[in-house]
Design a protein around this ligand. Structure first.
Ligand SMILES: [Zn+2]
Ligand SMILES: [Zn+2]
Length: 300
């Protein structure tokens, strides 16, 4: 599940906050980018500052990370104790160190910082439920990384209402482990595949900010949902090229060429009061597109 906290580029206007979203994948709650005011958005949309496992920062333009100082401070104030991971461009560590020093901040929870590489595809986090890899983006500031979050194969589950309520516990456990159940004479009583299913695993990609980069296409194969920036309408292509951003049609083209399941656009310029024209223009290229409206949750 993906919760959008902000989807504005540069200036936060028209009730659109800067970039931030929270992805629940496997056992992890992952915040991606943290624009100014993200801590308010967490409160507004029910994101627990205790439960976030990590923060991924794509690049060091302010609209993607100015909220980190307040976020960490608020985590301290609500009494967080759980370890918190930050994966970000290496220079952010210098800023955080200085900020902690001048504000005399001492945290009761451990902060683990890891600098992310430039221009490479790197699996930088893995546990038994997910992997996260960088996607090299083409933006004015370097490094600028997208992220590919892949859920591993999930444990088998029992189909709801498929078994009699008085079933012996041992039988239930066998079926849940994928084992067929026989009676003493060797007759098949329950075939595991009739009563169980493997929940789907999702593959999510985040690509913001970036100029049109067709080399991303093979890296996005099999993606269920792609968040791709669409900062400008197609008529503003020149401005998009100058600023290393993408247009609506370019975002749609990447989604189409990669064959993703669904496209989510965001990071639109503050010059557009309404996102609807950008959405309609993108849908002409890739019909299964939605706009990343703040507060909306996307499940796939
Ligand atoms: Zn940006
Ligand atoms: Zn940027």
């Amino acid at each position: 599940m993906l919760t959008i906290l902000g989807s504005s580029a540069a200036l936060p206007l028209y009730k659109r906050h800067n970039a931030s979203q929270v992805l629940q994948a496997g056992k992890r709650m992952i915040m991606i980018d943290c624009g100014d005011g993200t801590q308010h958005q967490c409160t507004r949309y029910g994101v627990s500052l205790h439960k976030l496992d990590m923060l991924l920062i794509s690049h060091l333009h302010g609209d993607h990370f100015f909220g980190i100082f307040a976020l960490l401070n608020n985590m301290q104030m609500v009494g967080r104790t759980q370890k918190f991971y930050i994966f970000a461009p290496p220079d952010l560590a210098d800023l955080l160190r200085l900020q902690f020093k001048v504000t005399d901040s001492v945290f009761r929870f451990e902060i683990v910082f890891k600098g992310l590489p430039t221009d490479s595809i790197d699996v930088f986090f893995e546990d038994d439920s997910i992997t996260i890899a960088t996607l090299p983006l083409n933006h004015r500031i370097k490094p600028c990384n997208g992220f590919l979050v892949r859920e591993k194969v999930k444990p088998t589950k029992i189909k709801p209402h498929s078994l009699p309520p008085d079933l012996a516990g041992a039988v239930y456990i066998s079926l849940k482990n994928g084992q067929d159940v026989y009676d003493e004479a060797g007759k098949l009583l329950y075939r595991a595949e009739d009563y169980t299913f493997v929940p789907p695993s999702m593959l999510y990609a985040y690509c913001s900010d970036t100029a049109y980069t067709p080399s991303l296409v093979p890296l996005l194969a099999g993606v269920d949902m792609l968040y791709h920036e669409a900062t400008f309408m197609q008529e503003d292509l020149t401005r998009a090229i100058e600023t290393y951003h993408s247009t609506t049609e370019q975002a749609g083209q990447i989604a189409l060429d990669a064959g993703v399941g669904k496209l989510l656009i965001g990071h639109i310029s503050a010059k557009y009061p309404d996102y609807e024209p950008l959405l309609q223009e993108t849908r002409k290229i890739f019909p299964n597109t939605e706009f990343a409206v703040e507060g909306e949750r996307f499940v796939w």
